[in-house]
Write a protein that binds this ligand. Structure first.
Ligand code: SF4
Ligand code: SF4
Length: 67
């Protein structure tokens, strides 16, 4: 189920615009207290669509760490 890549969001930069939330085909992104967004790594498939659309450039897609 897990892909080799996973997205993560820098909450210090996120402006909570919701673009990544709308773009994610897996619904892996949700709001954390309405202040910033977070990725559920157990759902994310690492497609990178969220990182491509984020206007603040705060999403990175990187290799998953070995379990
Ligand atoms: S990398 Fe793809 S699946 Fe993962 S959170 Fe971003 S849009 Fe969703
Ligand atoms: S697209 Fe970027 S700035 Fe907008 S909510 Fe997502 S992570 Fe935050």
């Amino acid at each position: 189920m897990n892909s080799k890549k996973v997205a993560s969001i820098n909450k210090d930069i996120c402006v909570c615009c919701g673009a990544c939330f709308q773009e994610c085909p897996m619904s892996a992104i949700s709001s954390e207290s309405g202040r910033f967004m977070k990725v559920d790594p157990s759902i994310c498939v690492g497609c990178g669509r969220c990182a491509g659309i984020c206007p603040a450039g705060c999403i990175t897609v990187s290799d998953r760490k070995p379990a």
